[in-house]
Design a binder for this molecule. Structure first.
Ligand SMILES: Nc1ncnc2c1ncn2[C@@H]1O[C@H](COP(=O)(O)OP(=O)(O)OP(=O)(O)O)[C@@H](O)[C@H]1O
Length: 287
């Protein structure tokens, strides 16, 4: 075992799927979308999840945060099975794993100001923008938005700004794990870079563990330490990014994925590709 391998496997798994099978509809008629999926997110690492449209990536994301129940297998949050946790524990465990969906309209209430939405994430029981104004403004600063953004509604922002608001809102809940589900796929390239840079800065500052879902192999290569390849609802290959997306992918589907990307094997290594941070270093609010 190499030094990197032992470092990776020594880190505790914050989130683990064990033999997870999920389908939609009633159990008797459901055709599984996910079949016996095993996956783990280890502390401080980013796992990229790739796979073609319909392979089950979003279904897996929703299952990991507890929005869908597996018909077989289990999901463990820091070793605890959501299915056997009591209500208080489920609420805390769910809060510690935040999902950022592709469409920020799905996660931002159009009738709520941005500040009220972030205040709710900061403190769901005493959600008040007035009470949490300074922390809300710090989070807005962390995603490079002005403090007065707090008083505006989501429709007043561009797609990239809305996605940064969604990132701030998810992170304001102080999760240990973030699941980013195709968060840049609806954005132009330059705006994609803005969102990815913000996320990369915050990931390092907050010591986040992340599942980064994307069909874009070059983006996955940039942000991930490890990668898992989902094909027809099964994880067919996983490992460190440079191994799986490097010279010798083991599974034919991974080879097909790579062959479909122009210069797919020549993508820059994360260290070479690390772009200038979009935002200057900012102190992260601790609380
Ligand atoms: N609410 C639902 N009810 C029934 N079937 C669904 C539902 N959501 C997804 N599916 C089906 O489950 C399969 C996997 O969908 P899923 O959205 O998880 O795939 P995906 O890999 O995220 O795709 P994409 O990259 O296009 O977002 C698809 O066949 C889809 O039609």
């Amino acid at each position: 075992m190499t030094a990197t391998e032992s470092d990776r496997t020594a880190r505790p798994a914050l989130l683990r799927a064990e033999g997870v099978t999920v389908g939609y509809g009633s159990r008797s008629v459901a055709v599984p979308v996910l079949r016996s999926v095993d996956l783990e997110l280890r502390h401080g690492r980013t796992l990229g999840l790739v796979g073609e449209s319909g392979s089950g990536k979003s279904t897996l994301a929703r299952t990991l945060v507890g929005l869908l129940r597996p018909s077989a297998g289990r999901v463990l949050h820091e070793g605890r099975d959501l299915a056997s946790a009591d209500r208080g524990e489920v609420a805390a465990l769910r809060r510690s794993v935040q999902l950022i969906p592709q469409d920020p309209y799905a996660s931002l209430n159009p009738r709520m100001t941005v500040g009220a939405a972030i205040a709710e994430a900061v403190d769901p029981r005493r959600a008040s923008l007035r009470r949490h104004r300074s922390e809300v403004e710090r989070w807005l600063g962390l995603v490079a938005l002005d403090p007065d953004a707090a008083d505006r509604h989501p429709h007043a922002f561009s797609g990239g700004q809305r996605q940064r608001i969604a990132v701030a809102r998810a992170l304001a809940a102080r999760p240990r794990v973030v699941i980013a589900d195709e968060i840049t796929s609806a954005l132009d390239c330059s705006v994609q870079a803005e969102v990815l840079n913000v996320l990369a800065d915050l990931r390092a500052e907050l010591d986040l563990t992340m599942l980064f879902i994307s069909h874009d192999l070059s983006v996955v290569r940039l942000v991930s330490d490890d990668v898992a390849v989902l094909y027809l609802g099964r994880v067919v290959e996983r490992g460190e990014v440079h191994e799986v997306l490097g010279q010798a992918p083991a599974h034919p589907y991974t080879r097909l994925l790579l062959d479909s990307v122009p210069d797919g094997r020549e993508l820059p290594r994360p260290s070479e590709a690390a772009a200038e941070p979009l935002t200057p270093h900012r102190a992260v609010p601790r609380g």
